[in-house]
Design a protein around this ligand. Structure first.
Ligand code: ATP
Ligand code: MG
Length: 591
């Protein structure tokens, strides 16, 4: 395809944006906030924040678009007043409290690069990211500062630390700023200066599922894709109530927990509390949520809690629900339909893609187990790979696209969409390796059926080659998880001289079930029956917990390394306590 055509393709996506007044370019915060005020919708509720102790049907702390516009302007002035330059990076480390969202959008107004981190990260992962991202400012809370930052402050590049929950400078520890007085002094009108669509805007670290997290840099142009996909996939409209359960600490919580839904003028629900099945159902009911975006881990936990947790709760407001982050099994889709009368629709994308690329849209008839089709002008292909997962080029140096529905290939996206990452921080070579022949190589393997729907097989790093079969761990895990005693599993390959690799599984059993030989045999028999002897795991061992990333993904590489006695690699994104030090962090409250 030539570049003119590629440019045209994105024109219709970009046309949905209003742009800065006077043709001054594109700024995410203008599209998400100020435009609505300018268009006369300032009194619409933009965000409703539920504190962690607030009832699920509470009105919460409400932000109209006008209030959000004013407060984000003030925050943009705060940064400017501190001498922070456009292009400098502002890190955010806090729970899901209103001022975190104000800080993110305010920093975007000032053309600072925003990098949200999970507040549950320990000091080491925080330091790694802040050093790599050359943080100029850290916005956090007093307690997080005390517990995680004070001890490493000297090693961080930050010039300013702003404590969101401190309203009196006398209460701020040395070398930190209290938010209150800075904010009170700032005026509530900020004129966003000309912003080129290519201006860096967001820095997101990948989940670290397959190795050390990479810092993917995105630009203001990304908002074109955030908006277009929010409209096309979610079918979200002005005034709809929308809830994204992801934390802004990973890309979903920013692209769709803040930006996308605000650009269409929806009302966002933000809950500060951690997962609780009953609370979640009560929020869906109490807030009259129209559109809900969540993840397979959460859906699995809801399944585990049992349909009883939803008993007596009216979920009829929920018109559409979506999932992202890991494969959504057909079983989970069926469970949702049967027990909640909700059809979960799968969406596929990555930190690098910045926005949804393949999805079951609001309009589509859902094929349970499929990720759906490319959205919003995205051209997705499946490319031929070697057994080792490397892309195969033909004699003239071009990639080879597959169109046989039975073949497995690597998902690739025609490069150039607006929310495509523009670099990996400090890793130009790795960035270059993500592209071939005008395609972005996603690293995930899939099939495509004759209707054009994609079916996830596995990450190229995770797929198992055993006795001539190519097996995605997810296929095996979904079957293991179907067993009534199993609540989670991780499947991986172990080298074998005869079969190439053999399949091993680690499972977590339902609370109260003992890991007896009989239980394991029953799980094994179920796997053999459903998968056949060639694909069923050769070994199944019960463990107390699986290594899971903060964004809820099974780290199969860690299971494999543990078994083979290899180094476990980067564990900074692991959920839950790793060391005693982090155990304390994990238990402590955020603010
Ligand atoms: P890292 O790149 O550091 O190993 P990661 O790939 O998990 O971490 P993310 O960008 O958060 O980091 O996740 C994107 C990946 O998540 C995808 O490449 C894919 O493997 C998986 N994923 C996302 N959505 C889906 C989905 N709907 N079905 C299957 N897998 C999905
Ligand atoms: Mg990845």
């Amino acid at each position: 395809m030539n570049t003119t055509l590629a440019a045209d393709r994105w024109q219709s996506v970009r046309d949905q944006l209003v742009g800065l007044p006077g043709g001054d370019g594109v700024n995410i915060a203008h599209e998400a906030v100020d435009r609505h005020v300018a268009e006369g919708f300032g009194s619409t509720i933009a965000m409703r924040f539920l504190g962690k102790h607030e009832a699920p049907d509470d009105a919460g702390e409400q932000y109209t678009y006008q209030r959000l516009a004013t407060e984000t302007s003030r925050f943009a002035h705060v940064l400017r007043g501190l001498g922070v330059w456009p292009g400098e990076t502002v890190f955010l480390l806090a729970g899901r409290v209103p001022r975190l969202y104000v800080a993110a959008l305010g920093a975007l107004k000032g053309q600072h690069v925003v990098c949200p981190l999970f507040s549950a990260f320990g000091p080491e992962p925080i330091k790694q990211r802040m050093v790599l991202g050359n943080a100029a400012v850290l916005v956090t809370t007093a307690s997080l500062y005390r517990r995680k930052i004070a001890g490493i402050r000297d090693e961080l590049p930050v010039r300013h630390v702003i404590l969101l929950d401190v309203d009196d400078q006398a209460d701020a520890p040395p070398d930190t700023w209290a938010y209150g007085p800075l904010f009170d002094r700032a005026i509530g009108v900020f004129q966003i200066t000309a912003t080129s669509p290519e201006t860096p805007a967001l820095l997101h670290f990948t989940s670290g599922t397959t190795g050390t997290p990479k810092g993917a840099l995105h630009v203001h142009d990304a908002v074109a894709m955030h908006r277009a996909t929010t409209e096309q996939v979610f079918g979200l409209r002005r005034g709809d109530v929308y809830w994204c359960t992801a934390d802004p600490g990973w890309v979903t919580g920013t692209s769709y927990g803040i930006i996308g839904p605000l650009t269409v003028g929806a009302t966002l629900i933000v809950d500060e509390a951690e997962f609780d099945a009953q609370r979640w159902y009560q929020i869906l009911e109490g807030q009259r949520v129209d559109v809900w975006y969540t993840a397979p881990t959460a859906i699995r936990m809801l399944m585990y809690a049992g349909a009883e947790a939803a008993a007596g709760i009216d979920l009829s407001s929920v018109q559409r629900a979506f999932s992202v982050g890991e494969p959504l099994s057909a079983e989970a889709v069926k469970w949702g339909i049967e027990h909640l009368a909700i059809t979960f629709r799968d969406t596929w994308w990555q930190t690098e893609t910045g926005a949804m690329m393949i999805a079951n849209t609001a309009e589509d008839v859902v094929l349970a187990g499929s990720m759906g089709r490319p959205v919003c002008g995205i051209q997705a292909g499946l490319l031929t790979t070697t057994d080792a997962g490397e892309i195969v080029l033909d004699d003239s140096g071009h990639v080879i696209e597959l169109d046989d529905p039975d073949r497995i290939g690597m998902i690739a996206l025609r490069a150039g969409w607006p929310s495509m990452f523009r670099s990996y921080l400090d890793n130009e070579e790795r960035y270059r390796k993500c592209f071939a022949d005008g395609w972005y190589l996603a690293g995930d393997l899939a099939r495509r059926d004759p209707s054009g729907s994609f079916w996830f097989v596995g990450r190229a790093d995770d797929v198992i080659k055993t006795a001539g079969h190519l097996i995605g761990p997810f296929e095996v895990e979904s079957v293991l998880n179907e067993h009534p005693d199993v609540t989670g599993s991780g499947v991986y390959g172990i080298p074998d001289p005869v079969a190439g690799e053999i399949i091993h599984a680690r499972i977590v059993l339902r609370r109260g079930v003992e890991p007896t030989d009989q239980t394991i045999s029953s799980v094994m028999a179920h796997a053999r029956r459903r998968l056949g002897a060639a694909v069923a795991p050769r070994e199944i061992v019960a463990v107390d917990r699986l290594p899971i990333t903060r964004s809820g993904k099974v780290m199969r590489r860690v299971l494999r390394a543990r078994e083979l006695g290899l180094p476990e690699g980067d564990l900074s994104t692991l959920e839950g306590p790793v060391t005693d030090d982090q155990a304390t962090d994990h238990e402590g409250s955020d603010s």
